[in-house]
Design a protein around this ligand. Sequence first.
Ligand SMILES: C[S@@+](CC[C@H](N)C(=O)[O-])C[C@H]1O[C@@H](n2cnc3c(N)ncnc32)[C@H](O)[C@@H]1O
Length: 185
Amino acid sequence: MRLTRLAHSILGQHLQPGDLAIDATAGNGHDCCFLARQVGSTGRVFAFDIQRQALENTAQQLQKQGLAAQVQLIHHGHQQMRDKLPAGIQGKIRAAVFNLGYLPHGDKNTITTSATTLPALQQARELLCPEGVISVLAYRGHPGGEEEASAVERQLRELASGSLQLSRFESPGPVLLVLAARRHD
Ligand SMILES: C[S@@+](CC[C@H](N)C(=O)[O-])C[C@H]1O[C@@H](n2cnc3c(N)ncnc32)[C@H](O)[C@@H]1O
Protein backbone atom coordinates (compact mmCIF):
# COMPACT_ATOMS: atom_id res chain seq x y z
CA MET A 1 0.00 0.00 0.00
CA ARG A 2 1.31 3.46 -0.82
CA LEU A 3 2.22 5.43 2.28
CA THR A 4 -0.21 8.25 1.44
CA ARG A 5 -3.03 5.69 1.50
CA LEU A 6 -1.68 4.09 4.66
CA ALA A 7 -1.59 7.50 6.35
CA HIS A 8 -5.24 8.10 5.43
CA SER A 9 -6.21 4.65 6.61
CA ILE A 10 -4.58 5.26 10.04
CA LEU A 11 -6.05 8.77 10.31
CA GLY A 12 -9.46 7.39 9.39
CA GLN A 13 -9.35 5.19 12.49
CA HIS A 14 -8.93 8.28 14.69
CA LEU A 15 -11.14 10.89 13.05
CA GLN A 16 -14.88 11.25 13.59
CA PRO A 17 -17.54 13.70 12.43
CA GLY A 18 -17.30 16.92 14.42
CA ASP A 19 -13.54 16.66 15.03
CA LEU A 20 -11.00 19.44 14.59
CA ALA A 21 -7.97 18.74 12.39
CA ILE A 22 -4.93 20.56 11.05
CA ASP A 23 -3.52 20.12 7.57
CA ALA A 24 -0.04 21.60 8.07
CA THR A 25 0.84 21.53 4.34
CA ALA A 26 -2.22 22.02 2.12
CA GLY A 27 -0.35 21.58 -1.21
CA ASN A 28 -2.72 20.32 -3.88
CA GLY A 29 -5.48 19.57 -1.38
CA HIS A 30 -5.54 15.76 -1.35
CA ASP A 31 -5.00 15.45 2.41
CA CYS A 32 -7.25 18.44 3.05
CA CYS A 33 -10.17 16.90 1.15
CA PHE A 34 -9.64 13.63 3.01
CA LEU A 35 -9.65 15.38 6.40
CA ALA A 36 -12.67 17.52 5.48
CA ARG A 37 -14.62 14.40 4.49
CA GLN A 38 -13.72 12.68 7.76
CA VAL A 39 -14.69 15.55 10.07
CA GLY A 40 -17.84 16.31 8.06
CA SER A 41 -19.94 19.45 8.09
CA THR A 42 -19.92 19.61 11.91
CA GLY A 43 -16.12 19.51 12.11
CA ARG A 44 -13.38 21.87 10.98
CA VAL A 45 -10.05 21.62 9.18
CA PHE A 46 -7.42 24.35 9.46
CA ALA A 47 -5.13 24.13 6.43
CA PHE A 48 -1.82 25.99 6.20
CA ASP A 49 0.47 26.70 3.27
CA ILE A 50 2.99 29.40 2.47
CA GLN A 51 2.22 29.31 -1.28
CA ARG A 52 -0.81 31.08 -2.66
CA GLN A 53 -0.83 28.62 -5.58
CA ALA A 54 -1.16 25.71 -3.15
CA LEU A 55 -4.09 27.32 -1.36
CA GLU A 56 -5.78 28.04 -4.69
CA ASN A 57 -5.32 24.42 -5.77
CA THR A 58 -6.71 23.23 -2.43
CA ALA A 59 -9.69 25.61 -2.59
CA GLN A 60 -10.49 24.34 -6.09
CA GLN A 61 -10.46 20.70 -4.95
CA LEU A 62 -12.59 21.48 -1.92
CA GLN A 63 -15.15 23.34 -4.06
CA LYS A 64 -15.28 20.50 -6.58
CA GLN A 65 -15.95 17.97 -3.83
CA GLY A 66 -18.42 20.14 -1.87
CA LEU A 67 -16.16 20.29 1.18
CA ALA A 68 -15.20 23.98 1.33
CA ALA A 69 -17.56 24.97 4.15
CA GLN A 70 -15.73 23.00 6.84
CA VAL A 71 -12.22 24.16 5.90
CA GLN A 72 -10.36 27.33 6.82
CA LEU A 73 -7.41 28.02 4.52
CA ILE A 74 -4.58 29.90 6.24
CA HIS A 75 -1.88 31.60 4.17
CA HIS A 76 0.88 31.33 6.78
CA GLY A 77 3.65 28.90 7.67
CA HIS A 78 2.66 26.02 9.93
CA GLN A 79 5.28 27.24 12.43
CA GLN A 80 2.73 29.97 13.24
CA MET A 81 -0.16 27.61 13.92
CA ARG A 82 -0.38 28.42 17.62
CA ASP A 83 -0.94 32.12 16.84
CA LYS A 84 -3.13 31.67 13.78
CA LEU A 85 -5.67 29.18 15.17
CA PRO A 86 -8.74 30.32 17.11
CA ALA A 87 -8.25 30.90 20.83
CA GLY A 88 -9.24 28.05 23.14
CA ILE A 89 -8.34 25.30 20.69
CA GLN A 90 -5.43 23.92 22.73
CA GLY A 91 -5.97 20.25 23.60
CA LYS A 92 -8.83 19.89 21.12
CA ILE A 93 -7.13 18.92 17.85
CA ARG A 94 -7.73 15.29 16.90
CA ALA A 95 -5.28 15.08 14.00
CA ALA A 96 -2.39 17.08 12.58
CA VAL A 97 -1.13 16.04 9.18
CA PHE A 98 2.23 16.97 7.65
CA ASN A 99 3.11 16.01 4.08
CA LEU A 100 6.62 17.42 3.66
CA GLY A 101 8.72 18.45 0.69
CA TYR A 102 7.67 20.53 -2.32
CA LEU A 103 4.36 21.17 -4.09
CA PRO A 104 3.92 18.46 -6.75
CA HIS A 105 3.69 20.11 -10.22
CA GLY A 106 4.73 23.38 -8.54
CA ASP A 107 7.86 25.22 -7.42
CA LYS A 108 10.44 22.59 -6.41
CA ASN A 109 12.56 25.21 -4.66
CA THR A 110 9.90 26.01 -2.08
CA ILE A 111 10.23 23.14 0.35
CA THR A 112 9.54 22.44 3.98
CA THR A 113 12.64 22.58 6.19
CA SER A 114 13.36 21.38 9.70
CA ALA A 115 13.85 25.00 10.84
CA THR A 116 10.09 25.46 10.62
CA THR A 117 8.80 21.86 10.60
CA LEU A 118 10.23 21.10 14.07
CA PRO A 119 8.61 24.07 15.85
CA ALA A 120 5.36 23.26 14.04
CA LEU A 121 5.45 19.67 15.31
CA GLN A 122 6.04 20.91 18.85
CA GLN A 123 3.02 23.23 18.57
CA ALA A 124 0.88 20.49 17.04
CA ARG A 125 1.73 18.25 19.99
CA GLU A 126 0.58 20.96 22.42
CA LEU A 127 -2.68 21.46 20.50
CA LEU A 128 -3.50 17.74 20.34
CA CYS A 129 -6.26 16.11 22.40
CA PRO A 130 -5.28 13.01 24.46
CA GLU A 131 -6.59 10.62 21.76
CA GLY A 132 -5.00 12.66 18.99
CA VAL A 133 -2.63 11.71 16.18
CA ILE A 134 0.18 13.43 14.31
CA SER A 135 1.09 11.97 10.94
CA VAL A 136 4.20 13.01 8.99
CA LEU A 137 5.03 11.83 5.50
CA ALA A 138 8.64 12.82 4.83
CA TYR A 139 10.14 12.58 1.33
CA ARG A 140 13.87 11.99 1.09
CA GLY A 141 14.66 12.23 -2.62
CA HIS A 142 15.15 16.01 -2.90
CA PRO A 143 18.07 18.04 -1.50
CA GLY A 144 17.59 18.42 2.26
CA GLY A 145 14.81 15.82 2.41
CA GLU A 146 16.87 13.11 4.09
CA GLU A 147 18.13 15.53 6.77
CA GLU A 148 14.63 16.85 7.42
CA ALA A 149 13.21 13.32 7.72
CA SER A 150 15.92 12.38 10.27
CA ALA A 151 15.41 15.56 12.29
CA VAL A 152 11.63 15.01 12.30
CA GLU A 153 12.03 11.44 13.47
CA ARG A 154 14.33 12.52 16.33
CA GLN A 155 11.83 15.18 17.40
CA LEU A 156 8.88 12.77 17.27
CA ARG A 157 10.84 10.24 19.38
CA GLU A 158 11.25 12.94 22.01
CA LEU A 159 7.56 13.85 21.84
CA ALA A 160 6.61 10.16 22.05
CA SER A 161 7.12 9.87 25.79
CA GLY A 162 4.09 9.28 28.03
CA SER A 163 0.82 8.34 26.44
CA LEU A 164 1.93 8.73 22.83
CA GLN A 165 3.87 6.17 20.83
CA LEU A 166 5.68 6.52 17.53
CA SER A 167 5.15 4.15 14.60
CA ARG A 168 7.42 4.17 11.57
CA PHE A 169 6.58 2.87 8.09
CA GLU A 170 9.45 2.64 5.63
CA SER A 171 9.35 2.71 1.83
CA PRO A 172 12.07 3.12 -0.82
CA GLY A 173 10.86 6.73 -1.17
CA PRO A 174 9.19 8.51 1.74
CA VAL A 175 8.96 7.46 5.35
CA LEU A 176 5.69 7.72 7.30
CA LEU A 177 5.90 8.61 10.99
CA VAL A 178 2.77 8.44 13.13
CA LEU A 179 2.56 9.65 16.71
CA ALA A 180 -0.62 8.41 18.38
CA ALA A 181 -2.07 7.37 21.70
CA ARG A 182 -0.97 3.91 22.83
CA ARG A 183 -3.58 1.26 22.14
CA HIS A 184 -4.52 -1.10 24.94
CA ASP A 185 -6.06 -3.91 22.87
C1 LIG B 1 4.20 17.77 -0.48
S1 LIG B 1 3.33 19.29 -0.55
C2 LIG B 1 1.86 18.93 0.37
C3 LIG B 1 0.90 18.00 -0.32
C4 LIG B 1 -0.51 18.10 0.20
N1 LIG B 1 -0.65 17.69 1.58
C5 LIG B 1 -1.52 17.38 -0.68
O1 LIG B 1 -2.27 16.52 -0.18
O2 LIG B 1 -1.59 17.70 -1.86
C6 LIG B 1 4.22 20.32 0.59
C7 LIG B 1 3.63 21.71 0.77
O3 LIG B 1 4.24 22.31 1.92
C8 LIG B 1 4.22 23.70 1.71
N2 LIG B 1 5.10 24.35 2.69
C9 LIG B 1 6.45 24.55 2.65
N3 LIG B 1 6.86 25.17 3.78
C10 LIG B 1 5.76 25.37 4.54
C11 LIG B 1 5.52 25.97 5.82
N4 LIG B 1 6.51 26.47 6.54
N5 LIG B 1 4.25 26.00 6.28
C12 LIG B 1 3.22 25.49 5.55
N6 LIG B 1 3.38 24.92 4.35
C13 LIG B 1 4.63 24.86 3.85
C14 LIG B 1 4.64 23.84 0.27
O4 LIG B 1 4.27 25.10 -0.21
C15 LIG B 1 3.89 22.67 -0.38
O5 LIG B 1 2.67 23.11 -0.92
